[in-house]
Ligand binder design. Structure first.
Ligand SMILES: [Zn+2]
Length: 750
């Protein structure tokens, strides 16, 4: 009976195979009759940790679960209704956009579902654009779909929509030149110039940085870009008023010349300095009139001029229990970001470092300006897979869509309030986020509190409105609305919790805790979550002892928590470079949920015997769907091949006793010993086995913003560690296995 109603309990100590073989689906939201469940916002865009909202704060506290929403507001969408109208219908009191969850009193009035004010409908809203008839407002697209985009009229802009402006800041110090990144970056930019989002107004510029700042004037009627070197980095000014940021269409040939010259221009340099701080000040001056996007490529610690940083990391301390220097050493980069934010400038960082770069401090320039961060540690362009990874990452970055001078506001039904935000932005007022740029790969999180009793409401809503300037110079508003039922029963709340969303939010909360308190406090707080939640559940069930019961909806919670504890951001006892740890924290703060879960709990599949059962047709390719496996060496077999998808990397581990037919039909070698040590990308062999595996990998790549690198690992090679260290359910030297973790929880659950 309970199972039928989705209320089953699972004894975690008994049920060892708890991971469903297929993807974990978000719980379905069941609204009261008057609304269609199908009109609710897609869980890929908007998700709440609880799909049933407790009617009081004390009930929420009893559940011991965090309340919050995760949002991926600018996600690439296949179907997005875009409407142009002279009046955008919004509540006069709270400015909520009309949405599928409002109440129509009659054909002329609607009641706001966030503040309950009754509003008049404008005449034109009663017009049905499809049948061209008047009378029924519920036929309008605004009330038929939860995700919609408006083309904004002029009152939504403070100035004419800005053009797309791109500035590239390139590290040309000795370490930078030695890494060889410049030729890849310049080639890819040249290659993608025509795909940069924008129109005839698009502008572009370049700065190079070592001990000095190198400006490049690109005026009309010259045969060569003109380099101007500024040696005085303590008092940055612009060497000339014009032609440093130029119209891309008009000066494309000169821009291409510059991109062709840059990689060799600094060859053999002995300059070991990087005046990044001064370069960013110059970038700020250059971009201030328009706003836009600054892209910084950095390979070393800024060691001269303003914003100078010291090597703070103690390499002997990389596996200690508590980690020092997670917080910025100076607020220079944060202040710069806030200045940039005020002028609609976002700063993005590509960190391609071979030594400590103090990402904890540098990340400030991205965090507070709505920018993004990419990190490729130990980067060498001479290693083909490094070069490929940078190329794929940069192509996606350059060609993906972009919104300029954006703001996002999250509203919620009266009685609820947002108290903490997670992601890269500047909070301008209590619910308004400034986003100089918005990109389609950025995720955000918000923690919610219940301030007033909600027992009079059947449901509550969250609405996110993203106002931005498109790359074509159009002001647009993308609106997402999520509706959730209110309930009064604790067991109901626990049974409809969204475990992945909870883990996504907890990851962000643990990042905050690490910075504000310490890593060990963050770890302790994470360990306490399953203990508290399962204790609360035990109380609500009055079940007997002996078992460790979890509601079906939360059966993966302890597994995901131990995965978080062992991820690069929070692990202890393992040699972890400080910048790598800080980068993992940045990712937890900004990745959309799907990628965040994959990063902490990668997907593992057996791939030695793929077949066409349940195969999915994607773009005419028949893609096998093997079952997912627990991340434990117990699931491996020396006769098999296993694929692990970590998000940006795909590893395929080949067992020692793999059948020779797999070697020749899939890997193109005669037997296990002839599998090369360094083996990237699956060969294209004309066999059904090869095609199945390649199609399966293709289906995994289709879900990512850019393709992951693929590495085939022989079970006896030293690369094996890359795979084995991700089997987080097993015991490592200094950490518990999943089963030991459950036993620990059991002893603590009261
Ligand atoms: Zn309202």
């Amino acid at each position: 009976y309970n199972k039928l109603w989705g209320m089953e309990s699972v004894d975690l100590l008994q049920c060892r195979n708890i991971l469903p073989p297929e993807r974990v689906e978000p719980p379905k939201i069941k609204l009261h009759q008057e609304f269609l469940d199908s009109v609710n916002c897609s869980p890929d865009i908007f998700r709440c940790t609880l799909t049933k909202i407790p009617e009081t704060n004390s009930l929420l506290q009893k559940s011991r679960l965090p309340l919050g929403v995760l949002i991926h507001p600018f996600k690439d969408l296949n179907h997005l209704p875009v409407i142009q109208c002279s009046t955008i219908v919004r509540c006069r009191a709270c400015r909520t956009y009309i949405n599928p969850f409002v109440y129509f009193n009659d054909a002329k009035r609607w009641k706001c579902n966030l503040c309950y004010r009754v509003n008049e409908l404008p005449e034109e809203f009663q017009f049905d654009p499809v049948t061209k008839s008047y009378g029924d407002p519920s036929r309008r697209p605004e009330v038929k779909t939860s995700t919609i985009e408006f083309i904004a009229p002029s009152e939504y802009m403070l100035r004419p929509p800005q053009p797309a402006v791109y500035l590239f800041v390139l590290d040309v110090s000795r370490l930078a030149v030695e890494s060889g990144y410049l030729s890849i970056v310049c080639d890819v930019i040249a290659d993608e110039l025509s795909r940069l989002p924008g129109d005839s107004r698009t502008q572009i510029g370049f700065l190079a940085v070592d001990s000095a700042i190198h400006f490049f004037g690109i005026p009309d009627n010259v045969s060569q870009p003109q380099e101007m070197i500024m040696l005085d980095i303590n008092d940055v000014f612009l060497p000339c008023p014009d032609n440093l940021i130029v119209n891309l269409k008009e000066r494309e040939e000169l821009v291409r010349d510059l991109l062709a010259q840059l990689p060799t221009k600094f060859q053999g340099t002995h300059d070991t300095n990087s005046a990044l701080g001064a370069a960013l000040q110059a970038a700020y001056k250059l971009m201030s009139p328009t706003g836009g996007r600054v892209t910084v490529f950095q390979t070393c610690l800024p060691n001269i001029g303003p914003g100078i940083l010291q090597a703070r990391e103690d390499p002997n301390n990389r596996s200690s229990k508590d980690v020092a220097h997670l917080n910025p050493a100076t607020d220079f980069y944060k202040r710069l970001a806030l200045d940039c934010s005020g002028q609609q400038i976002a700063v993005d960082l590509f960190l391609l470092n071979c030594q400590y770069c103090d990402l904890a401090t540098l990340s400030g320039m991205c965090k507070f300006s709505g920018g993004c961060i990419y990190h490729l540690p130990l980067f060498r362009s001479s290693i083909p897979q490094h070069a490929d990874a940078l190329g794929r990452m940069l192509r996606r970055y350059l060609a993906r869509k972009i919104g300029f001078e954006a703001v996002m506001r999250i509203r919620c039904t009266r009685g609820l309030s947002i108290h903490t935000f997670h992601g890269n932005f500047f909070v301008r007022s209590t619910d308004l986020l400034t986003l100089p740029n918005v990109n389609p790969d950025a995720g955000f999180g918000m923690q919610i509190s219940i301030d007033e009793n909600l027992s009079d409401c059947q449901s509550v809503c969250f609405q996110a409105a993203l106002l931005y300037t498109s790359s074509k110079g159009e002001r647009r508003i993308r609106v997402h609305t999520l509706c959730l039922p209110v309930v009064s029963n604790l067991s109901d709340i626990l049974h409809s919790a969204d475990q992945q969303c909870i883990v996504g939010l907890l990851g962000k909360m643990a990042v905050d805790r690490s910075l504000q308190s310490s890593l060990s406090d963050a770890r302790d707080a994470l360990i306490n979550v399953p203990i508290d939640v399962l204790s609360a559940y035990k109380l609500s069930q009055s079940a007997g002892s002996g078992a460790l019961l979890a509601p079906g909806s939360l059966k993966l919670l302890p597994l995901y928590i131990i995965a978080l504890l062992k991820c690069v951001a929070f692990r202890s006892g393992t040699n972890t470079r400080l910048d790598d740890r800080v980068y993992a924290m940045c990712q937890l703060d900004t990745l959309p949920l799907f990628q965040l879960i994959q990063m902490i709990y990668p997907d593992l599949y057996p791939v030695h015997a793929l077949d066409d059962r349940n195969a999915k047709d994607i773009d005419g390719k028949l893609c096998p769907q093997p079952p997912r496996l627990h991340l434990s060496a117990e699931k491996l077999d020396s006769r098999g091949a296993f694929l692990m998808d970590t998000g940006n990397q795909i590893f395929i581990l080949i067992g020692k006793n793999i059948h020779p037919s797999f070697c020749c039909n899939v890997l193109g070698v005669s037997a296990f010993p002839s599998i090369p040590e360094e083996f990237y990308d699956l060969p294209k062999i004309d066999t059904p086995e090869s095609e199945r595996l390649r199609n399966f990998v293709f289906s995994l790549q289709e879900e990512k913003p850019y393709a992951a690198s693929v590495q085939i690992i022989r079970d006896d090679s030293h690369f094996r560690t890359l795979f084995i260290e991700r089997l987080i359910e097993d015991r490592f030297e200094n950490s518990l296995s999943y089963y030991e973790f459950l036993q620990h929880i059991k002893t603590q659950v009261k």
